[in-house]
Design a protein around this ligand. Structure first.
Ligand SMILES: [Zn+2]
Length: 72
């Protein structure tokens, strides 16, 4: 089963965010992911989620939203 979502963790600020796995695959090799919170390139793929429902249960998802609210 192909996972729809991939959880990416930033090694600089320790926050996590979610991207579509197919977008990751479609991303050109000369591009790179950066953390949406601190713009760091030091991000790692931690795990993939099979459904949005499962994904939303992750505390990482809630943390992403909590952080977004703090951004002005
Ligand atoms: Zn970061």
């Amino acid at each position: 089963m192909v996972s729809i979502y991939t959880v990416i963790k930033c090694k600089t600020c320790d926050l996590e965010f979610v991207v579509l796995s197919e977008n990751l695959k479609a991303m050109p090799d000369n591009r790179y992911l950066v953390c949406p919170f601190c713009n760091s390139k030091r991000v790692i793929v931690t795990k993939a989620n099979d459904s949005l429902k499962e994904c939303m249960k992750e505390s990482a998802y809630r943390r992403v939203h909590g952080s977004l609210k703090q951004v002005k």
